[in-house]
Design a protein around this ligand. Structure first.
Ligand code: PAF
Length: 292
């Protein structure tokens, strides 16, 4: 058993119109396939909120920085469809690149501010590609709700800003990153890690968490960020692309914890680039007090 697949906007709209006639609410979970437990958890959460759940699978050429990266991206459509069936998703939408971007396609959605810095500084054009395809997927599905993981926090906030700015009638629902037992955030890139790299990988999350805790307790920002970088490198990561403290809502750089914040990082472990982020609350829970 596998989830039904549609490939054209016309087929998608016919299914959606039928659901609408019966009064069903609709959620979309945008993906590029190679589904892992994090994606399945987004679909499960979506099923709690909406009557019908569409998962989209489109390896979006506009968000890749290199043709080689695009070509190497895993395409596992039948496995993905089989994984979604037991979850209970209702439809898998797998558009064709030629239909998404036909000859003459000339529109780019660009969310200034949110697309620059952090990952945007290292992946030129990436977030314009994301915003353009996500806007199309929202308009094609006409969904009421969209589910995004907080693991890609910059993407999540950029999509929320776009929805607000363009008055797209959809509610973006953020979902916490799903992690392995040792703290490593789930990512389709994790399968590229060698066993030795896999044992080092969770250090990114643990350093971010420890640093966030220290920052919430009032430790000075710049020395803490420098210490965190050094800890990630000495654990075995080869390069820290960025490690920054940003305001949670607007993703602007901040130098003190005067509002809810996020600590975000991208780092290379061998040939694999991993990203992660953690919340830095003003009221970060401190370790339980020991009564004497
Ligand atoms: O996060 C992803 O997998 C992609 O960036 C998305 C949101 C499906 C757009 O292509």
């Amino acid at each position: 058993m596998s989830v039904p697949i549609v490939r054209t906007v016309a087929e998608l709209r016919t299914v959606v119109a039928g659901w609408r006639r019966s009064g069903a609410s609709i959620a979309v979970v945008p993906t590029m396939g190679a589904l892992h437990k994090g994606h399945l958890s987004l679909a499960r959460t979506a099923l709690q909120k909406a009557d019908r759940v569409i998962v989209t699978l489109f390896v979006n050429p506009k968000q890749f920085n290199s043709a080689a990266d695009l070509a190497a991206y895993p395409r596992t459509e039948s496995e993905d469809a089989a994984k979604l069936a037991p979850v209970g998703a209702h439809l898998l939408y797998v558009p064709d690149a030629a239909d998404m971007y036909p000859a003459g396609f000339a529109t780019t959605v660009s969310v200034s501010g949110f697309s620059e810095g952090l990952c945007g500084a290292f992946r030129p054009g990436h977030f314009d590609g994301v915003a353009t395809v996500v806007a199309k997927l929202f308009l094609q599905t006409g969904a009421d709700f969209a589910f995004f993981g907080e693991k890609d926090f910059q993407q999540l906030q950029l999509v929320r800003r776009m929805v607000q700015d363009l008055d797209i009638p959809i509610t973006v629902v953020p979902c916490p990153a799903v992690r392995e037992a040792d703290g490593l955030a789930l990512s389709s890139r994790n399968v590229r890690l060698s066993p030795a790299e896999r044992s080092v990988a969770p250090k990114l999350a643990s350093v971010l968490l420890e640093t966030a805790e220290q920052l919430a307790r009032g430790s000075p920002v710049l020395p803490m960020l420098a210490k965190a970088r050094a800890a990630i490198l000495s654990a075995g990561y080869r390069e820290v692309e960025y490690l920054e403290l940003r305001g949670e809502a607007d993703l602007q750089p901040i130098a003190s914890i005067d509002r809810p914040a996020r600590l975000l990082a991208a780092a290379w472990l061998g040939e694999t680039r991993l990203i992660d982020n953690v919340k830095v609350s003003l009221t970060f829970p401190v370790a339980a007090k020991v009564h004497g």
